[in-house]
Design a protein around this ligand. Sequence first.
Ligand code: PEP
Length: 275
Amino acid sequence: MKVRRRLVHRFITFELYANFSADSVKNMANRRFCVGGNWKMNGDQKSIAEICKVLSDAALDANTEVVIGCPAIYLMYARNLLPCNIGVAGQNAYKVAKGAFTGEISPAMLKDIGAEWVILGHSERRAIFKETDELIAEKAEHALAEGLKIIACIGETLEEREAGKTNDVVARQMCAYAKKIRDWTNVVVAYEPVWAIGTGKTATPEQAQEVHAYLRKWLEENVSKEVSASLRIQYGGSVTGANAKELAKKPDIDGFLVGGASLKPEFVDIINARK
Ligand code: PEP
């Protein structure tokens, strides 16, 4: 039954993407769609229990991997409320396993309480907490070494986009990760234009696809053809139930990282965008 469902899914994928090259469609079908929710510093026990119930009761596309980035203090609580096919992620983790780093949490601690993922390099960590490309890459290296999967965020500001520097900025951020990451199996990249995060101003599907395609070219030239074909690249920035389907049709968009809408029932429609 599972095999039949996968074959039907692939057939529909090929039909939908008749305009793209055979290789890009084949690679797309091989990358499992992955949708992350980033709850940021929002929620309490009551509201988290409500969101977890919505997600537990919903009919979610089995072809989509779902990960919830939960505030650290509620991770274990959410883990216990969510079905086991939904992963949970920390929203940050430090670059060493333990020690005198007041206020920090480590990948080892995330794993200990059942989180398998961590979101790193989010633009809010970069802008508000002044995290550098280098520190983020070191965190990525350590989290992967500890056996966590990572959502590695990148993205340009409005000023950088308007100055025509989008590709340079995302290349610089990718380069920092690439200096520290040897095995990309457990990495998902989230391309999140900063001007689209929390603003209601989504990138058009064409704008997002253009950067995703550039990132694949960058990966092919600077990492490997295999990683370029297999690495999942999410789009993030004001994704909603209303715009997710159009974005999900683009061949290099392999899922979403979702802030505001991941706290609402419409998150289910985003998860099911490829259904
Ligand atoms: C985010 O926080 O990663 C994000 C994309 O937020 P929003 O969906 O609210 O723009």
